[in-house]
Design a protein around this ligand. Sequence first.
Ligand code: SF4
Length: 446
Amino acid sequence: MSIETTFGILAAAARDDAAAPSWSLCERRDADLDMAAARAICHVQRLGGGSVPLLKMLLTNACSYHCKYCINRAGSNVPRASFKPEELARIIAQFAVRGLIQGAFISSGIAGSPDDSMEKLVWMAEILRKRWHYDGYLHLKVLPGSSPELIRRAMQYATRVSVNIELPTAESLAAIAPDKSPDAIMRPMETIAHVLQEQETLRADRLHGRKTDRSLQEHAEVFPDAGSGGQTTQLIVGASPESDAVILRLAQHLYHNFGVRRVYYSAFRAEDADPSLPRPPAPPVRREYRLYQADMLFRSYGFTAEELFAGAPPFLLEDLDPKTAWALSHPEWFPLELTTAEYGQLLRVPGIGPAGARKILAARRAGSLQAQTLKRAGVNLRRAQWFITIRGQALPWDLALLPSVPPAGFRTPVDALADTNLMQQLLSEHHQEEKAFRQPELDLGL
Ligand code: SF4
């Protein structure tokens, strides 16, 4: 099989990866690239703006596992191909030299034992770093069941590593991905968390000119940025019956106990899956989007999964973002007086984010907190006005900020919280305005 054919098959297989977020569609539109190459390059957004072109590729799509959600499962009728490690390393290096990519995300099927395939991934990374002197971003998938020794070697070269959780409970894993076990997934995650801590210590020692502990000497030759992107994981949403509450509690556990940098949620796509799995008419991308929003509330807004679901249904509302849903079910928090509220309280207001909250506190210290200040602070007044006061007053009327027809008896935005009809109208407008399916930013750890 020619290298071009191999490239085409594996680029397509990587695009169809069931454990990829539904927004990670790839296509670089360059006149001098053939279609296979163009489609293998994904532009992923960076935190803080801009995007980075990454080559998304499999080392092989041959696989002896039977994960029912995956097009590359054993027995699936797809063309199979494999790169030799040195072939893929050369392709990545050449793409980087041509300026087509700034990084690569490389995964693999499990052909034989996990260690057989993991060994090849590590070998590819080693050639890429040592022979080709590639110093760009490299995200390596760690295969479930890989040995600690191979994981350590992979982490000497990878900027970021990830093990896919895939499904949120042992029962679903057994039913849908029967060759995988919780242990085969969680043990590599534990090893990764441990090695990341060692790498952190090494980096700190270097930075401060300290002598490195002897037990860490074996890592002395690591690639300088090895592990700087931390570890991530992915969950498939909608292939199994677990609720959002179960999924988000698991995500919270991974953030707290494994130092996971990001959990990615991937709407289940049924078209290439085993017929025994549910067949929703469309991938649950809105649900995926709500999970990303709730996930953001853990990571940047101080919420916990328990709070989000206390007294609430176990699935997030599809037509309302989780922060607004929480605020509406907690009227005891509002209206919040902005001249005295603490940072953590400000973050509970729909329409106020971390940057807005910091600017509100700065304006307060400067004695200049006014309604106009909020606009300049980037607060979304249309959402926030219902929940706040300044010096005991609701925000001044601004018809542009209100639902089009205030109902009879309507006095202030804060009073309107108690008016069910008005809130329905507001929420419907909010729903229409919301930029659904925005691509979540991908923290590359760069
Ligand atoms: S291990 Fe499972 S998810 Fe991964 S390629 Fe094989 S069948 Fe697909």
